[in-house]
Design a protein around this ligand. Structure first.
Ligand code: MCA
Length: 496
C-alpha cells in the first residue's frame, strides 16, 4: 500500500457518507462524492494520455474539483504539480518548459498561449476537463507505486533565481501525514477550518491529509477573510494558518474567546510568528497557537508539543522520525545551544530536485543530511529556535520570494544602474519586499515605471511594496552587495 491515495482512502473509506468538503454558502460534498469525482477525473487523465510518472501541471482556483484532481493524479500514479494562481503566464511558461508535463490544467482563457496541451477546469465545474469528468466512467484502480516514486512536485527557488522542482515521494507525504495526524491528536470529531491556498505544502498536504486520515469535515473557504473565519470558527475544532492571517484576525474586533470556544488547536507555520503576535493572540482568546516549522523539500520538520509547553519564539521538537542537528558552514556539528545552519534527515525529505542532481548534491552533506538554509539553535531539551536564514530569501505573508528574480527585471529598466531587493519587517506580511534602486541618470525612471516593468512578468505578491532611492549599494571587499546592511538600514520602514 505505498500509493499515498491508498493510505488516505484506507482511513476515509469508513467515513464515505460523512461530509468532506463544505464550502460555506456553496456545495457540500461527502467523501464518497469527492472520491468518485476523483475516479472519473482519473479516467479523463488516462484518456488524455497521462501516464504513470507524468507531470500534471495545475493552475486553478481553490475548489472541490481541485482536491478531486489531486486525488485523481495520485490514483493514476501521475505527478501532481500545482502552481500559485498568482503566477503570470510567463512564470508558468518556465515551469512548463522545465517540467515537460503531459498536460496543463488551467482556468479557461488563462494559459492558452503556452506551447503545450492546456485543458480547462474552472471552480464552477465548467471547462472541458470538468465536462469530460462528468461523462467519464470511474477508474476503479489505484496504480501501485513504490515508496520512492514521486507523487508531487513543488517548485522552490534559490539564490540564483532559477526555480527547482522538489520531488516529493509517496513515502515522504505518507510519513509526514501520519506523523502530524498522530502528534496533533486528530480524531473523528474534528472539523478543520481550511483557509489556505492548496498549491503549497501547508494547505494541500498538511491540512488536507490530516483531515482525510480521520474522515473529518473540512470547512473549505475559497479565500481567507477575517469575517468568513469569524463566522465559521464556531463550527470548527482546528484551524491552520500563516502568521498574517492571525495578525488580521487579532485586528478584527469580532474575533473573541467565544468565537473560538469549540477550537482545540490553532497551528501556525510557513513564516515565523513574532512573540508579540503570540502574546496578542493569547490575550484575545486565552488560547496558545501551536507553531511548527517546515519547508517544501521536507514537509513538516518540527512542532511545538500538542500536550506540553509551547514556547513562543521556538518551533518545538523534531517530528517522529526526523533527525535534526545544527552545524557550522563546513558541516561540523555544533554543541547544544550554539547557532548554526539547521540540517535534517527525515522520512519526509524529498527525492531531489527535478533534473538537477548537482543542485540536489550541493544541498546535502555526507550521510544524507539536508542543509535547510535556516539558521537556528537547539536547547538542552531539544527545542529548535530559528534565528534567520543563510540566504536572502524573503517570506512575505507565507510566500517565499527570491530577490534575484525581481532584481533581474528591475535592472533591465532604462535609467536603472542596479537594484537590491530585500525583505524588511512588516506588520501585516511579516516581511515586505522592498527595492533599493540606484539610477544611472541616463533616463528618467519613476517608481510607477519600475512597478510597470514587473506587471504581467512576476506575480503581484512579489512586487516591491516600496522603492527607495540610493546613490549606491553597500558592498564588501569581494564586491558582493551587503543585503544585511540594507535590511538593518531600512528595518523600521513599515514599523515606525
Ligand atoms: C497577497 N498579496 C501579497 C501576499 N498575498 N503581498 C505580499 N505577500 C503576500 N503573501 C497582495 C496581492 O498581490 C494583492 O496585491 C493584494 O495583496 C491582495 O491580494 P489577495 O489575493 O486578496 O491577498 P490576501 O487574501 O490578502 O492574501 C493574504 C494571505 C495570502 C491570505 C496571507 O498571502 C496567503 O494565503 N498566504 C499563505 C501562503 C501559504 O499558504 N504558504 C504556504 C507555503 P495587489 O493589490 O497589488 O495586486 S508552504 C510552506 O511555506 C512550508 C512548507 C510550511 O512550512 O508551511
Amino acid at each position: 500500500m505505498t500509493n499515498l491515495y491508498s493510505t488516505l482512502a484506507e482511513h476515509f473509506h469508513s467515513h464515505l457518507d460523512a461530509t468532506f468538503l463544505r464550502v460555506p454558502g456553496g456545495e457540500s460534498l461527502t467523501y464518497r462524492d469527492v472520491d468518485q469525482r476523483s475516479a472519473r477525473m482519473a479516467t479523463v487523465l488516462r484518456d488524455l494520455g497521462v501516464g504513470v510518472g507524468d507531470r500534471v501541471v495545475v493552475q486553478i482556483d481553490k475548489s472541490t474539483d481541485n482536491v478531486a484532481l489531486y486525488l485523481a493524479c495520485l490514483r493514476t500514479g501521475a505527478v501532481f504539480l500545482p502552481l500559485n494562481t498568482a503566477y503570470t503566464p510567463g512564470e508558468v511558461g518556465y515551469f512548463v518548459d522545465d517540467a515537460a508535463p503531459a498536460v496543463v490544467i488551467a482556468r479557461p482563457g488563462t494559459l492558452d498561449g503556452l506551447p503545450t496541451r492546456v485543458v480547462h477546469l474552472d471552480t464552477d465545474g465548467t471547462g472541458s476537463f470538468a465536462k469530460d469528468a462528468d461523462a467519464a466512467d470511474p477508474f476503479d484502480q489505484v496504480i501501485e507505486r513504490a515508496p520512492g516514486d514521486v507523487a508531487a512536485m513543488l517548485y522552490t527557488s534559490g539564490t540564483t533565481g532559477r526555480s527547482k522542482g522538489a520531488m516529493l515521494t509517496h513515502a515522504n507525504l505518507t510519513s509526514n501525514a501520519l506523523a502530524l495526524h498522530e502528534i496533533w491528536g486528530f480524531g473523528p470529531d474534528d472539523v478543520l477550518l481550511h483557509t489556505l491556498p492548496i498549491f503549497h505544502v501547508h494547505g494541500l498536504f498538511v491540512a488536507l491529509h490530516c483531515a482525510m486520515l480521520s474522515g473529518n469535515e473540512v470547512i473549505f473557504l475559497p479565500k481567507f477573510g477575517p469575517a468568513e473565519v469569524v463566522e465559521q470558527l464556531p463550527n470548527a475544532t482546528v484551524m491552520m494558518g500563516v502568521p498574517t492571517q492571525y495578525t488580521r484576525l487579532i485586528a478584527d474586533d469580532r474575533f473573541t474567546t467565544d468565537v473560538c470556544a469549540s477550537v482545540r488547536l490553532f497551528t501556525s507555520g510557513s513564516a515565523p510568528m513574532t512573540e508579540a503576535v503570540h502574546a496578542d493572540f493569547t490575550a484575545r482568546t486565552g488560547l496558545q497557537i501551536l507553531e511548527r516549522y517546515g519547508m517544501t523539500e521536507a514537509g513538516m520538520i518540527t512542532s511545538n508539543p500538542y500536550d506540553g509547553e509551547r514556547v513562543p519564539g521556538t518551533v518545538g521538537f523534531p517530528l517522529p522520525g526526523v533527525e535534526l542537528r545544527v552545524s557550522d558552514d563546513d558541516g561540523a556539528q555544533l554543541p547544544t545551544g550554539q547557532t548554526g545552519v539547521v540540517e535534517i534527515r527525515s522520512p519526509g525529505l524529498f527525492a531531489g530536485y527535478w533534473q538537477m542532481p548537482e543542485k540536489t548534491a550541493a544541498e546535502h552533506r555526507d550521510g544524507g543530511w539536508f542543509i535547510t538554509g535556516d539558521v537556528g539553535s537547539v536547547d538542552a531539551a531539544g527545542r529548535l529556535t530559528l534565528e534567520g536564514r543563510s540566504s536572502d530569501m524573503i517570506i512575505s505573508g507565507g510566500y517565499n520570494v527570491y530577490p534575484k528574480e525581481i532584481e533581474m527585471v528591475l535592472d533591465e529598466v532604462p535609467g536603472v544602474l542596479e537594484t537590491g531587493v530585500i525583505g524588511v519587517p512588516h506588520p501585516d506580511f511579516g516581511e515586505a519586499v522592498v527595492a533599493i534602486v540606484v539610477r544611472d541618470g541616463s533616463a528618467e525612471v519613476t517608481d510607477i515605471q519600475l512597478a510597470a516593468a514587473l506587471d504581467g512578468v512576476l506575480a503581484r505578491f512579489k512586487h516591491p511594496k516600496q522603492y527607495i532611492d540610493a546613490s549606491e549599494l553597500p558592498r564588501n571587499a569581494m564586491s558582493k552587495v551587503q543585503k544585511a546592511t540594507l535590511r538593518t538600514e531600512h528595518a523600521a520602514l513599515f514599523t515606525d
